[in-house]
Design a protein around this ligand. Structure first.
Ligand SMILES: Cc1cc2nc3c(=O)[nH]c(=O)nc-3n(C[C@H](O)[C@H](O)[C@H](O)COP(=O)(O)O)c2cc1C
Length: 211
């Protein structure tokens, strides 16, 4: 079995999607051939698109952008959809993990539905979607083992998600947040915003400035 793990975050490093795929990979059988891709661009070359049609499973992990799919990734999906019209025998199952800045994992529902609809258009089988809340914190949690502390629920969800991938099964979407108190996530998030704006030469009050 061949599985493509596709990181759809535009970040070159420290993306939550990268941590998510690394943790998922640790749950996948060693017998599987896994190839990692990073779609940080909005255009795929012909060879890259053709290579994707040789996989049994495509797993996308990407951040939620304005309740949807980041535009660069959407462009890549449109290209794959166009190319899929020329491929007769497709037996590809698609799984998707979307992480978001909001606390609640169900915020990712609409982005997952977009990928489901894309599967219909491109002639792929839909597998399962996972919506992860508190995603902003994940990028700094690469050292925390899956299944432990804030990654407890993630461990349980990823194990059954990996089982579904192994058997190319379809399952209901799952939405969860990291095991982290909501108020703490908010405090840390707001601290991050204040640090970030100062680093970019602006003042904290500029965070609420109307453009
Ligand atoms: C342009 C942009 C739009 C975003 N839109 C949303 C959104 O609609 N809802 C949300 O919960 N988070 C939103 N976020 C936050 C990201 O989903 C969040 O930071 C995510 O953890 C980034 O994942 P990554 O590190 O894999 O790129 C947005 C971030 C950016 C940069």
């Amino acid at each position: 079995m061949k599985v493509a793990l596709i990181n759809g975050s535009p970040k070159s490093k420290q993306s939550s999607s990268e941590v998510i795929l690394k943790d998922l990979q640790s749950c996948l059988s060693k017998d599987i051939e896994i190839v990692n891709y990073s779609f940080r661009k909005s255009f795929l070359i012909k060879e890259e698109i053709e290579a994707l049609f040789n996989f049994d499973v495509l797993v996308f992990a990407f951040p939620l952008y304005v309740d949807g799919v980041p535009s660069h990734l959407l462009n890549c999906l449109c290209q794959i959809e166009e190319a899929s019209k020329n491929i007769k025998d497709k037996s590809i199952t698609v799984y998707t993990l979307v992480n978001c800045g909001f606390y609640e994992g169900h915020q990712n529902k609409w982005a997952i539905n977009i990928i489901k609809n894309w599967c219909v258009k491109a002639g792929f089988e839909w597998g399962q979607g996972i919506g992860i809340g508190c995603g902003g914190a994940l990028a700094s949690m690469s050292g925390i083992p899956l299944g432990k502390g804030p990654k407890s629920s993630m461990g349980i969800t990823f194990k059954s998600f990996a089982d579904n991938i192994h058997t190319k099964s379809q399952a209901a979407d799952v939405f969860f947040s990291l095991n982290f108190p909501r108020f703490m996530y908010k405090i840390i998030g707001e601290f991050g915003w204040r640090q970030g704006i100062k680093k970019n030469g602006l003042k904290v009050r500029d965070l609420s400035r109307r453009l």
